[in-house]
Design a protein around this ligand. Sequence first.
Ligand code: B12
Length: 239
Amino acid sequence: MELHAALVERWLRDYLCAFGFELHPLQVGWYNTVLQPSFHLAYPDSTLAFVVLSTPSMFDKAFKPFVSKQLLLKRIRDPVDQCISHHLSLVKEHFPDEKVHIIYDYEMLPNRKPKFLAQTAAHVSGAAYYYQRKDVKCDPWGEKKIYGVCIHPQYGGWFAIRAILIFPEIQVPFLEQYAPIDCVTTEEKRIQLLEKFNFHWQDWSYRDIIEVKERYSEEQKTYFATPPAERFKLLGLQG
Ligand code: B12
């Protein structure tokens, strides 16, 4: 990787990892080539980008301190989203001479399609393997719509894909691409995974499809199982 890009990555890693985030670099072209044009990100192929994941420890390392410091959270969005945008805005401020475009997982285009496909970005950056229906040879689902799911080699399904950071002025034509680790290898397990993610996602079991290093605490599970509108109350903030 070019020196400038390497320095940017080093700073981002040092800053974000301390808060329980994980970072994976990619060229925008890797993402665009697997997608139809309507989903393309409009940057040259060798543009540097990073996928940002939150790992289980983000809740204690970033979210709880963030909430305790906020006297008045803006009520327009989920507190977790606010915490993440707080940290990523600080990233932007750290690079005042650099253009940094941030797209969050929840951002939609006017046609209601997501601005970026988080799972595809995670897969092409090597962060987490994206298991899709087409990864199963003989599938049992007939006409049903089956959504795909990413599995992280260390955290299984206990993580979220939060954003993509794009540095339009940094080109990295020699960035090395790493394939994501295929950790759900058998047909049987892949079917089980997609069944769980699509039809039983609320019992959390898809997240444990492989042995994991760390999962969400009971406190974090309760928080995420609470509908967004009621989360302010759960945090003891005005509801
Ligand atoms: Co949701 N959801 N969701 N979700 N959702 C996201 C997918 C995401 C990534 C959010 C996040 O992490 N912040 C996570 C998944 C994490 C993971 O994969 N480990 C997530 C989760 C966790 C959930 C829930 C469990 C609820 C929750 O806890 N938040 C449930 C589970 C599903 C269920 O209901 N049983 C859930 C539900 C939903 C609904 C409300 C149903 C919708 C529709 C789901 C869907 O379409 N997949 C939903 C949405 C809309 C999203 C969101 C915002 C966009 C997904 C989307 O519209 N994709 C994403 C966040 C994001 O991406 N910004 C979260 C569009 C479709 C067309 O994309 O199926 O991947 P696609 O198809 C593309 C690929 O196949 C690609 O091309 C296609 C497009 O042309 N492609 C590729 C083609 N060939 C190839 C080849 C390769 C190698 C690759 C990599 C790609």
